[in-house]
Write a protein that binds this ligand. Structure first.
Ligand SMILES: Cc1cc2nc3c(=O)[nH]c(=O)nc-3n(C[C@H](O)[C@H](O)[C@H](O)COP(=O)(O)OP(=O)(O)OC[C@H]3O[C@@H](n4cnc5c(N)ncnc54)[C@H](O)[C@@H]3O)c2cc1C
Length: 446
């Protein structure tokens, strides 16, 4: 876990990428005295701390830790609707429900996130083009405001508050529980395909060809290779395996114990040389293939190493994730890659995916049609922040957006332009709730 043990003392909390720690008064959800405190202090609910930047931090304020609020409350086999408290992790849901033949409709790239965190960032997965984002499958949620009032919200009841809370960055109140839709799967195996490509044209061709045939698609890019010619990458596409495809296969193995990096390293082992070597090794390890693959490494390859963020040392790292609208996606991506190359800072890990047209539920939801591109960049101080500003300028220029869950640098100008639901959202925000991201963008208002 990236958070320290539960306590009501002042503790240092970290996000997934930023150096930190940042002081917080951490309170648990047992009882409700914390919400009385909220009248004098700014509060923020926190989940598993898997957001990269400062959306899940309230430095100098109160953090209400959801993680003890972690009971599965009920499951309806007829509808596939799971009722659970907001501190339940995706890992728990998958461990309990997958052996019974059920799987969440949308999962992000780590399973160590809470339901509350997935709702607040309206997370997306590799199946956005077929299923939309997590919020599209939330049936209802129970929200507690800073005055202690508890409201059930859904598409039919308190619908405006429901839409503000999905993707609402934790600023509309405390999500106590939610009812979310799961889907049936026949096993814990995927039928997965892997193809190498060179150049963005080839990526878009693979995406076009795979979109109708595969529920899940995503590509890895060798960002440093863009400096030498057409960027190379690997395209992954998969469906849940059918009974016919499984044949006599035994059940897929459960996830192994993650490897641990026991100590926070004072220095980063990530540099230009190790980045090139890592990308080369990844390329060599993924030749063209097609076949059955266990579900855990398909969806959550990074979860195999717990606390892998420690590789970046005490300075941490930034992730930059943006979405570019369809009319500008190819040219915009080329420019983003060129800009990284010119800055001489290749990304350690780059992921590219096309979002589909399913409309997001949330007023501040990030997913929208176009290409979403994510880059992990070691924090080299001013040099990296200059690069991030240059990348943001490209996104702003083409009418794209940056993902708040991953952000630590976005400007207010971009936020206001990229999230047109902001004005409506503000009328549903709970003024006692605030995050470090919100203060960075807006000071103490609006
Ligand atoms: C390896 C890795 C891969 C990832 N892959 C993806 C991906 O594929 N797609 C994607 O969309 N994201 C991805 N993410 C980001 C991650 O899914 C989101 O940041 C998610 O919101 C983190 O959830 P959390 O439980 O850790 O919440 P935190 O990071 O602790 O908090 C996130 C937000 O949720 C709010 N929140 C938490 N609990 C509550 C509650 N009970 N009530 C109200 N608000 C609450 C917080 O206030 C905050 O605004 C990835 C992150 C990592 C580390």
């Amino acid at each position: 876990m990236s958070q320290p043990p539960l306590s009501d003392r002042w503790l240092g909390l970290r996000s997934w990428g930023l150096p930190g720690p940042f002081p917080h008064r951490v309170l648990t959800l047992l009882g409700r005295p914390e919400l009385d405190l909220a009248r004098d202090h700014k509060v923020l609910a926190i989940g598993a701390g898997r957001s990269y930047g400062d959306v899940g931090l309230n430095a100098g304020g109160i953090a209400i830790d959801s993680r003890l609020n972690d009971r599965l409350l009920g499951f309806d086999e007829a509808t596939g609707i799971l009722d659970c408290e907001a501190g339940v992790t995706l890992d728990t849901i998958v461990r309990v429900m997958l052996p019974r033949g059920w799987f969440p409709m949308v999962v992000p790239g780590t399973r160590f996130v809470t339901v509350g965190g997935m709702i607040a960032n309206d997370v997306h997965g590799k199946n956005h083009h077929t299923a939309g984002s997590f919020g599209n499958h939330v049936v209802s949620l129970t929200l507690m405001s800073s005055d202690g009032a508890v409201v059930d919200c859904s598409r039919d009841h308190e619908s405006a508050r429901f839409r503000a809370t999905i993707g609402g960055l934790g600023l509309t109140g405390l999500i106590l529980s939610a009812r979310v839709r799961l889907r049936r799967v026949v096993s814990a195996w995927m039928m997965a395909r892997c193809r190498r490509f060179a150049g963005l044209d080839a990526f878009f061709e693979l995406e076009r060809e795979a979109a109708d045939r595969y529920e899940y698609t995503v590509a890895w890019l060798d960002c440093p290779s863009a400096a030498r010619g057409p960027v190379r990458g690997i395209h992954f596409a998969a469906n849940h395996a059918s009974t016919a495809q499984l044949g006599e296969r035994p059940p897929a193995p459960p996830p192994g114990k993650p490897r641990w990096i026991p100590y926070g390293l004072p220095f980063s082992v990530v540099n230009a040389v190790s980045t090139r070597m890592l990308n080369q090794a990844y390329w060599l390890a993924h030749g063209p293939s097609e076949g059955l693959q266990p579900i855990y490494p398909f969806f959550w390859p990074l979860d195999g190493i717990a606390e892998w963020n420690r590789f970046y040392g005490a300075r941490g790292f930034y992730q930059f994730q943006c979405v570019l609208p369809p009319e500008a996606e190819q040219a915009g991506l080329a420019e983003l890659l060129r800009t990284c190359g010119d800055a001489g800072q290749g990304a350690t890990l780059s992921v590219l995916k096309r979002f589909g047209t399913v409309a997001a539920e949330g007023l501040l939801s990030f997913p929208r049609p176009g290409s979403t591109f994510a880059l992990d960049l070691p924090n080299l101080g001013e040099r990296t922040r200059r690069l991030l500003a240059a990348l943001e300028a490209i996104v702003l220029g083409v009418g794209g957006a940056v993902y708040p869950a991953k952000d630590a640098n976005m400007s207010r100008a971009l936020f206001e332009r990229a999230f047109p639901g902001l004005d409506e959202f503000l009328s549903h925000r709970d003024a006692a709730f605030e995050s470090s991201l919100w203060r960075r963008l807006f000071g103490t208002g609006p």
